[in-house]
Design a protein around this ligand. Structure first.
Ligand SMILES: [Zn+2]
Length: 203
């Protein structure tokens, strides 16, 4: 395990790269093929993640970021079509939409490496619900975040509440979506660049 961690760290140091891991203990998208050997148990994956957490910082690199593994092995790296039908066999990936074909083992890693860029586009939504008295209820259910501000113009007050919340949260790797959002918000240089405001009507 330490050998593997060292390999990853050496490679990341050489490239000065950000290490990206799957959340949920690398259980990925649960795409299983009968008889396929699992290279890693979720327990070992988490152990590897723990080693990387502190070792990467020791060599002056950022801590790994954890992203959802959903669709990782069945999404086309070229056109983005996501269906399990893209997995022709255990070894072969062939996109049913654009015809892109490659060895299946490269697809998951490639998609995982590309995901941070997608996350950069996908900002974290904060929902704004105007109350009858003009005040505004702000929330994101996945983050379990909510607050009330005097009006929906008071974005800085909302961002302040949000910044307190993301620092007070314990790391919970098991809720991949929430963890990914927390990572995104925490790693943002400017919190307001990491969120998008979504106005919703009161039901
Ligand atoms: Zn495709």
């Amino acid at each position: 395990m330490f050998k593997l961690a060292k390999k990853i760290i050496d490679r990341a140091s050489f490239l000065q790269a950000q290490v990206v891991l799957e959340s949920n203990g690398g259980r990925g998208d649960g795409l299983a093929f009968p008889g396929a050997p699992r290279p890693f148990s979720a327990h070992l994956y988490e152990k590897l993640a723990q080693i990387l957490q502190y070792k990467l910082i020791e060599v002056g690199l950022p801590a790994p970021i954890f992203l959802s593994g959903i669709g990782l092995n069945s999404t086309c790296p070229r056109c983005g079509a996501s269906t399990q039908k893209n997995r022709l066999t255990r070894e072969m990936f062939a996109c049913i939409k654009c015809g892109y074909a490659t060895e299946a083992r490269f697809v998951g890693g490639y998609n995982l490496a590309k995901r941070p860029q997608q996350y950069a586009i996908n900002r974290v939504p904060i929902y704004l619900q105007k109350n009858t008295d003009g005040s505004c209820f702000c929330f994101n259910k996945i983050l379990e975040f909510s607050c009330v501000v005097p009006s929906d113009e008071e974005k800085s007050a909302i961002l302040y509440q949000l910044s307190l919340m993301i620092r007070s949260q314990d790391d919970d790797w098991y809720d991949g979506k929430k963890y990914a959002m927390l990572c995104k918000l925490r790693s943002a240089e400017n919190l307001q660049d990491a969120v998008r405001w979504v106005k919703v009507r009161k039901k």
